[in-house]
Design a protein around this ligand. Structure first.
Ligand code: ADP
Ligand code: MG
Length: 386
């Protein structure tokens, strides 16, 4: 249905049928916060929320594109000219990806493109990475670029870093490109190797957006990065990836208590991600739940990036579940969403508790999304199918 209406939108705008259909998902991170830029481990899961793109090649070097989410803001630019920022913020994600493909000297030419997505924007499910990976996947297919999933993910990350000026890691793009059915993906951010970890059928994933207005997130993010770098350099290592609690404790008197706790979060979080991946793999849900709870406490007390609203949501969910599930803040912090894992039969209990208590305590409405694990990037050449 979604695909049919996108094909119709393409045909009625461009007066010809699309040749390619591409889809890339948003994601939620199950565990592993602020470990990516410390070359550690993360365990994200791609979701049923996806960005779909349909397109057809042109015989010139022009890119025409529009998004059903921004129907008035039609993009138009020429690949034979330097790629600059456009009139519309959304179009810069497209321009950024194209720019990175050109910088890497890939041979590409013009395209007509339509985009539509049901990934909520700015809700922590990474609509921007889904968009970038879909566009990278489209050009890869249309021009036979031979890029691997990690290479397409890197193109998307570079677009955000260089064109959007968002210094994100590669997790969001990599899970969007590489996720497999019914699985989370354990990613080693040092060498980008991945291991799919199956998610049991009866495990429910709820993403609950606190809608707490995020403030100071950028400056606080930079402070955390610098603290991690300082702890690593004091230990004489290039990143916290190779630190252990023993090597960290050995420099405890040379760093402030704050820097110590920032590093402690990262060191212990890396260990938790590996344990959580094993617990998920073996279906040991009680262990998984207790590790997730520890992870939240580490974000709250050591990394100090939670806020009363997200701590409150975690408390409300944990109380409702009474040890039969887990909940923790997910994403960069200072607001955003929490992820709650529990048996499918307990989902309504959690929803009821959030609806009864969250607004009453924080005067904010929470958005509750029931999520399903889904596969990553899919690409179809429609004219080959016909
Ligand atoms: P998120 O956490 O959802 O990734 P970001 O601020 O990083 O939030 O990215 C959201 C931005 O990505 C939007 O403001 C828009 O510019 C772009 N974007 C995401 N999805 C679409 C879409 N379907 N069509 C056009 N632009 C999109
Ligand atoms: Mg984003």
């Amino acid at each position: 249905m979604f695909e049919n209406s996108l094909a119709q939108a393409f045909s009625s705008h461009f007066k010809r049928p699309p040749q390619f259909s591409v889809s890339a998902p948003g994601r939620v991170n199950l565990i592993g916060e602020h470990t990516d830029y410390n070359e550690g481990f993360v365990l994200p899961c791609a979701l049923q929320y996806k960005t779909n793109v349909m397109a057809a090649k042109r015989s010139d070097s022009i890119i025409n594109a529009f998004s059903l989410q921004y129907p008035e803001a039609i993009e138009h630019f020429d690949l034979s000219q330097p790629i600059e920022h456009g009139l519309y913020p959304w179009g810069d994600y497209l321009r950024g990806v194209v720019n990175e493909l050109l910088k890497a000297e890939h041979v590409i030419s013009g395209m007509d493109i339509v985009i539509s997505s049901n990934v909520p924007q700015g809700s922590g499910l990474s609509s921007s990475a889904a968009f970038e990976v879909a566009i990278a996947g489209l050009f890869n297919e249309a021009f036979g670029l031979g890029l691997s999933g990690p290479q397409m993910a890197r193109i998307g990350q570079l677009a955000e870093n260089n064109f959007i000026d968002c210094q994100c890691g590669i997790m969001d793009q990599l899970i969007s490109a590489e996720a497999q059915f019914h699985s989370a993906l354990l990613i080693d951010c040092q060498d980008l190797s991945t291991r799919p970890v199956a998610i049991p059928d009866d495990l429910a994933l709820l993403v609950i957006n606190s809608n707490y207005p995020r403030k100071l997130a950028d400056s606080e993010y930079n402070e955390r990065r610098l603290a991690c770098e300082l702890a690593a350099s004091t230990m004489g290592i290039s990143s916290l990836r190779s630190a252990t609690m023993t090597t960290l404790d050995a420099v405890k008197t040379q760093i402030s208590d704050k820097v110590y706790r920032r590093a402690k979060h990262v060191v212990t979080e890396n260990a938790r991600v590996l344990k959580a991946a094993d617990a998920l793999q073996t279906g040991d849900l009680n262990t998984l739940y207790s590790i997730m709870h520890e992870a939240h406490l580490s974000l709250k007390h050591d990394f100090e990036i939670t806020v009363p609203a997200t701590d409150g949501l975690v408390d409300i969910c944990m109380q409702a579940l009474n040890n039969k599930g887990a909940c923790r803040q997910t994403g960069g912090g200072f607001g955003g969403a929490v992820i709650c894992l529990c048996a499918k039969e307990d989902v309504q209990t959690v929803i009821d508790a959030v609806e009864a208590k969250y607004y009453q305590q924080f005067s904010l409405h929470a958005d509750i999304l029931r999520c399903e694990p889904h596969r990553g990037l899919t690409v179809e050449a429609l004219d080959k199918v016909a």
